[in-house]
Each structure stands twice: as C-alpha cells, then as structure tokens.
Design a protein around this ligand. Structure first.
Ligand code: ATP
Length: 219
C-alpha cells in the first residue's frame, strides 16, 4: 500500500458468487460516503455458512476480481485467505487497524440481514470499537429491528443521530443507514437457478456468468 486511505470501506461476504446487489451497493456507498476505496473481502471460511455449499476461496476470489475489474475505487482483498481457520471479521479488522493506524476511518459494509444477527459474530462488541458500520437495506428484513438489536445485544446507550441517518455507540463508532438501490438478489438464488438450468443473466456481471458456466459451478 503506498498511501494510507483516510476513509476505507470494507465489504465482507462469502461472494458465492458476487452479484449486482453487492456491486451496486459498493459503488453507491463509496460515492455517497466519499470513501477513498471499498475493498470486497471474500471470507476464506465463513463461520456462518454450510461448508458443503461452499465454492473454494480461490474460485470465489477470482469471480470477485472479475466482477470488480479495474475500478478506480472498488478493490478486492485476499486478506482472509492469508490466515488459516474460520474468517472472523473481528480478526480482519484488528489486523487492518494495526496496519493502517488511527488516521484511517474504517467503514464495515453489511446488509440488514447480517446486522440483525450480529450477536452471533465472534467478539461482536469489539467490532463496534474498531470500525463504523454501514447498513444496506435488504428487501424482506425489518428495518425497525436494528435499533432494538443494537441496544439489546451491543450497548444499551446507542444514541440516535440527529439527522436520523443512524446510531452512535458511546465509544464514538457509528452505525449508518445507507439507502442504496434495493435489489432482491441473493447468491443462494443464483446458485439455485444454475442448478435448475435456468438463466442468471443480468443478475451479475456477464464475465462472472460465463465463468460460472465454463467452470460448471453450482451444478
Ligand atoms: P447467500 O445467498 O449465499 O447467503 P448473499 O447473496 O446474501 O449470499 P453474501 O456474500 O452472504 O451474499 O453477502 C455479503 C454481504 O452483502 C452481507 O452483508 C449481505 O447482507 C449483503 N448483501 C447480499 N446481497 C445483497 C443485496 N441484494 N443487497 C444488499 N446487500 C446485500
């Protein structure tokens, strides 16, 4: 890394495969929050996903790189493939915090479905002291629940921001709502369509679609 980014977004996920729901959200968050970069960070061994369904890390990484291409601000990081065992976000964030130092503000990007289960993540309370969160709306999940979960599971003293854009942890970390184009696309559905021999065109970049078909993934 030559110059340390002042505002860095981290978009963790299984990306099995990456699709337009992820990509467009990354683009809109990067632009809207004025981030220097957003890194897509595929999990090598996602703690919450069934291993039977899991495509090898290198393959998911390759599809993610294919999707992002040579984008000015969006990047792909293999950081979670460089350590053994389950890919816990808290460990990635600790590492980046150490490497980048306090000048870099981190923004962990995740969907509403994911933050509603935050209490199942390893050392989840610590994550709120390492990074801000940016929460993407996801069709079918209850928005009002987030505040309840934050106060019940993370800290009772979360304060609502004056502009209504989210909440602030007593330690200063923010959980921001970021309105992005709603897309009811999931990787689970894409895999099911491939398995059923149906079209996945226009749900994800064409290069990734071709890669999936050529390599006979998800059959
Ligand atoms: P799966 O269906 O296999 O569970 P997924 O499509 O939810 O996968 P993940 O790789 O698990 O994709 O998601 C990574 C992150 O992106 C999660 O925080 C998830 O909430 C978010 N996300 C996934 N799809 C969308 C979408 N269509 N819109 C907004 N956020 C999304």
């Amino acid at each position: 890394m030559t110059r340390k980014p002042a505002r860095l977004g981290l978009f963790g996920g299984t990306f099995n495969p990456i699709h337009y729901g992820h990509l467009r959200a990354g683009e809109e968050v990067a632009e809207g929050l004025g981030l220097d970069a957003v890194w897509f960070v595929p999990a090598a061994l996602p703690p919450h996903k069934a291993p039977a369904d899991l495509t090898p890390f290198e393959v998911r990484l390759a599809m993610t790189k294919l999707a992002v291409g040579r984008h000015a601000r969006l990047r792909v990081s293999d950081i979670e493939g460089r350590r053994p065992g389950k890919s816990y976000s808290v460990e990635t964030l600790r590492l980046l915090r150490r490497e980048l130092g306090p000048e870099t503000e981190l923004f962990f990007i995740l969907g509403l479905d994911a933050i509603l289960e935050i209490q199942t993540w390893k050392d989840y309370r610590e994550i709120f002291t390492l990074s801000h969160f940016v929460v993407l709306d996801r069709p079918g999940f209850p928005r009002d629940e987030m505040e309840v979960v934050l106060r019940r599971e993370v800290h009772p003293d979360f304060r609502e921001l004056a502009d209504g854009r989210g909440f602030e942890h007593p330690g200063g970390g923010r959980v921001l709502w970021w309105p992005t184009t709603l897309m009811d696309i999931s990787a689970t559905r894409i895999r099911a369509l491939v398995r059923a021999g149906r079209s996945i065109r226009f749900l994800l970049p064409e290069g990734v679609r071709r890669f999936i078909l050529k390599n006979r993934l998800y059959r």
